[in-house]
Design a protein around this ligand. Structure first.
Ligand SMILES: Nc1ncnc2c1ncn2[C@@H]1O[C@H](COP(=O)(O)OP(=O)(O)OP(=O)(O)O)[C@@H](O)[C@H]1O
Length: 593
């Protein structure tokens, strides 16, 4: 598996830009009624703006030149009403589009978030959280303008450009050809700019993502940074990433800005060619002042939308890179999924068996090699062994966070690949060293273990694990508000809350992975009764470095070199004088036991 960090740019799978754009625009189809209304408003606006130069021509050539003031007044009032209606329409259109675009972003965000939740741990292992956040927040936000401008810019401006060109050619083909003579040169320049710009914007997104990942990691590890006085080093890294981000932005923007200049130049050439052709080639008598003025307006009406279209094009190039990043995650297949014919596993009794299990994380080194064991319901199994031996891997396979490459993991005789993941995991309780507590009250945090738990169930669970005493002593008891990660509580108290959360879920299989390693021996003694209450009557796996924690285990597995090297009760293993005995005597010598 390839790992990515804030130090490296992500690799984005190459996809067709047109397909990405169409996929993005497909979200608009859910809002057909709103879009039809918006398009009608836009059509009315185009009609009014196309009519305006003709009204000017009519005013000058028919009324002003003949001194017909009454006719002129009627024409002005007519034009005023049309233009006021057009302005009202624009406001309504903006409101509808803002609503539609925000709803689409919400949908995309929900889809992306739901999909991310189905992805297996391989996905999260391989990239920093900050980079995932960058896609959910920043990249999705960038899609808003593209969606909005597709309807409000591309459709109306493209129609305007065509309509204006037709009117110009119908009115005077020579003047029309002269006014638009610079169009082919502009098209080639825009294509060249687009070609180089897309790469620059992709790079910019990657640099933004790196910066995001670094900030996220930095903020999460602030306590460590400050305790090691590493502020200066992290500031330097931050500066480097920031400058790389700025360089990428400037490079991308500089190219995009070239687009405006090319269009300005083409516009200027068009005006010069109009007057040169009109005055020098056709002669002033051949073209009326009204026609000249109308053509002047039409040139503006032609090049203005072209400018908008080029800005939109620029925006597409800028944001298509963001869309690619969002869709890439949506297209990442979830590897750990239910097969079509899975069944709901019945209430678990707790017989767990590994049969010739082989597993590796990255198809390389085998972490587990031909591991087999049988656990009877209600047994407490302790897993010990050197760091990196594969203890956590074994419990991760029981919860099916990863799939085995060879062999079978079964629970109550069911191969876990044949039962639904939801029915399996909902009957398991997993506690790790990092007992994540969420922002919210103590009650909310305990209820997380069983969302429909009553207050009585919550209090009973807290009492069972001996958390009730300290909670009741808090000023607001179970309604005490906890900040992120349980700030304000001691390590032991956080641990007790996590025990209560697991207790309320009444798991049939319990996994404690170094659940007590962050607390001192005194606190561990204090919460021992809580642990005993949790373990009672259910199959449990306890991983612990401190051997004192697992003395009461029914069986101890010593894991090393990809397998179980010893197995038995604590007294049996000590008598054996093997690997466990060595660990035991080493901890005795260190005074841990
Ligand atoms: N997500 C992962 N991706 C790749 N390799 C991994 C991953 N998790 C663990 N490993 C590797 O697999 C091996 C077993 O790791 P595991 O976490 O199961 O060990 P452990 O016995 O629980 O160690 P510790 O006691 O330090 O927690 C180690 O060599 C580790 O580097």
């Amino acid at each position: 598996m390839s790992f990515n960090s804030y130090k490296e740019d992500e690799e984005i799978v190459r996809t067709s830009k047109v397909r990405t754009l169409l996929r993005m625009l497909s979200y608009l189809f859910a809002y057909k009624k709103e879009l039809i209304l918006v398009l009608l408003i836009i059509a009315f606006g185009i009609l009014v703006s196309l009519l305006n130069p003709l009204l000017i021509e009519e005013a000058i050539d028919t009324y002003i030149s003949k001194g017909n003031l009454q006719g002129l007044l009627r024409l002005v009032i007519f034009a005023l009403v049309l233009n006021l209606l057009m302005i009202g329409g624009i406001k309504l259109r903006m409101y509808i589009m803002a609503k539609v675009c925000n709803s689409i972003l919400l949908t995309i965000r929900q889809e992306l978030y739901s999909h991310i939740q189905t992805l297996d741990l391989h996905f999260f292992d391989s990239r920093p959280t900050g980079k995932i956040l960058a896609r959910i927040i920043g990249d999705i936000n960038s899609l808003k303008e593209v969606l909005n401008n597709f309807v409000t810019t591309l459709i109306p401006d493209f129609s305007t450009v065509i309509a204006v060109a037709v009117i110009m050619f119908v009115k005077n083909p020579v003047l029309a050809a002269a006014s638009l003579c610079s169009l082919p040169v502009m098209a080639v320049c825009v294509w060249l700019i687009e070609y180089y710009s897309h790469k620059k914007w992709q790079e910019f997104r990657k640099k933004s993502s790196n910066l995001n990942a670094f900030i996220h990691e930095d903020m999460s590890g602030m306590r460590i940074i400050q305790s090691f006085t590493a502020e200066e080093e992290t500031r330097q890294t931050f500066d480097e990433l920031l400058y790389a981000h700025r360089r990428a932005f400037v490079g991308a923007v500089r190219l995009g800005d070239g687009m405006g200049s090319v269009i300005d130049l083409s516009w200027g050439i068009g005006i010069a060619a109009l007057y040169f052709t009109g005055i020098k080639i056709l002669g002033v008598e051949a073209v009326s002042i009204g026609t000249f003025l109308a053509f002047g307006s039409y040139i503006g009406m032609f090049w203005n939308p072209i400018m908008n279209l080029s800005n939109f094009y620029n925006q597409i190039i800028t944001n298509i890179a963001a869309a690619e990043r969002v869709f890439e995650i949506m297209d990442t297949p979830a590897k750990i999924i239910d097969a079509d014919d899975v069944i709901q596993i019945p209430p678990i009794k707790g017989a767990v068996s590994f049969s010739h299990v082989c597993f590796s994380y990255d198809q390389g080194t085998k972490v587990l090699n031909d591991v087999s064991f049988q656990i009877t319901p209600g047994e407490t199994i302790a897993l010990v062994g050197p760091t990196g031996a594969g203890k956590t891997t074994i419990v991760n396979l029981i919860s099916r966070f990863y799939d085995v490459q060879d062999g079978t993991v079964s629970i109550d005789g069911h191969d876990i690949k044949t039962v639904s993941i939801e029915s399996l995991r909902s009957q398991m309780g997993i506690m790790t060293q990092d007992n994540f507590l969420f922002t919210g009250t103590i009650k909310d945090n305990i209820r997380y273990g069983k969302l429909d738990a009553t207050d009585e169930e919550i209090i009973d669970a807290a009492k069972a694990v001996h958390a009730h005493d300290f909670i009741s002593k808090l000023e607001k008891g179970y309604d005490t508000f906890l900040s992120e990660r349980g700030g304000g509580l001691s390590a032991g108290q956080k641990q007790l809350l996590a025990f209560a959360r697991t207790m309320v879920s009444k798991p049939n299989i319990l996994i404690l992975d170094e659940a007590t390693s962050s607390i001192d021996t005194q606190t561990e003694l204090f919460i021992q009764e809580g642990i005993d209450a949790l373990l009672a009557g259910r199959t449990s796996f306890v991983i612990a470095h401190r051997l004192s924690t697992i003395q009461k285990a029914d069986r101890i597995f010593v894991i090393d070199k990809g397998g179980i090297v010893e197995e038995g009760t604590a007294p049996q293993l000590i008598a054996k004088k093997g690997a466990y005995y060595k660990l035991h005597t080493a901890q005795m010598a260190e005074g841990i036991l």
